[in-house]
Write a protein that binds this ligand. Structure first.
Ligand code: PEP
Length: 256
């Protein structure tokens, strides 16, 4: 049985004061229950403060990006071991905003995935198609290319401690959510692709959905058999909204 992971990607938002209030609200409102965990991914400068704020709580800490390099002359970059050092358990790699705005290729994302894992972080690999790609009927082809780059570099066993987030680009920050059935189709495809290489790893890998997930649509998405959580952007910036999704996770019945 896979646990549900509800991950908040705060992107480039907040301040010391705003983030302190946000994380305090999340920690204070963690729903009762088991079978789910919560994760927050603040911007780099706030990681240390948020690590202290979540310490002793059930909320885990992650970063939004990582360098593929271990150390050295890479101005402006942050290594995986630094993220571990300040208390991160997770890191997002290959978010569509980084692929589109910062030119991150699938090969580079795969290097980041490998670097993160080598330092003891759990990478959350984002994959997803654009609207044009969906309309052209190439969704699975796009996902396969993004996934295969990491499978090739890291091997399928790496996914035993890795997470995948299916994030249709057309649903990110647009208010358009993939229907539970549309999302489930892609999640099932991803799991089958992993199963082609290792059935046990495929059964264990958490596959999150991301794209305008909110309190009012989370239950329907989380009810699908291959949707194991959410990567949340906009709705992770208010404790009340994030906790509404956490509540849906606490109530989700994944036993069937
Ligand atoms: C995201 O950027 O990962 C995301 C899912 O954003 P939103 O929830 O705002 O669509």
């Amino acid at each position: 049985m896979r646990d549900i992971l509800i991950a908040g990607n705060w992107k480039m938002n907040g301040s010391s004061a705003v983030n302190a209030e946000l994380v305090a609200g999340i920690v204070a409102g963690i729903p009762d229950g088991d079978g789910f965990s919560l994760l927050v991914c603040p911007p780099f400068p706030y990681l240390g403060a948020i690590a202290a704020a979540v310490s002793g709580s059930a909320v885990r800490l992650g970063a939004q990006n990582v360098s593929e390099h271990e150390a050295g002359a890479y101005t402006g970059e942050v290594s995986a071991s630094m993220l571990r050092d300040v208390g991160c358990d997770y890191v997002i790699v290959g978010h569509s905003e980084r692929r589109a705005m910062y030119g991150e290729s699938s090969a580079r994302v795969a290097e980041k995935f490998v670097a993160a894992q080598a330092a003891g972080l759990k990478p959350i690999l984002c994959v997803g198609e654009s609207l044009a790609e969906r309309e052209a009927g190439t969704t699975e082809q796009v996902i396969d290319e993004q996934l295969d780059a990491v499978l090739g570099a890291a091997g399928v066993a790496a996914f035993a401690s890795g997470v995948i987030a299916y994030e249709p680009v057309w649903a990110i920050g647009t208010g358009k959510t993939a229907s539970p059935e549309q999302a489930e189709d892609v999640h099932r495809h991803i799991r089958e692709r992993l199963a082609g290489q290792n059935a046990q790893v495929a059964a264990d890998t958490q596959i999150l959905y991301g794209g305008s997930m909110k309190g009012d649509n989370a239950s329907g998405l989380l009810a699908m058999p291959d949707i194991d959580g959410g990567l949340i952007g906009g709705a992770s910036l208010k404790a009340k909204d994030f906790l509404a999704i956490a509540q849906a996770a606490a109530q989700a019945d994944k036993t069937g």
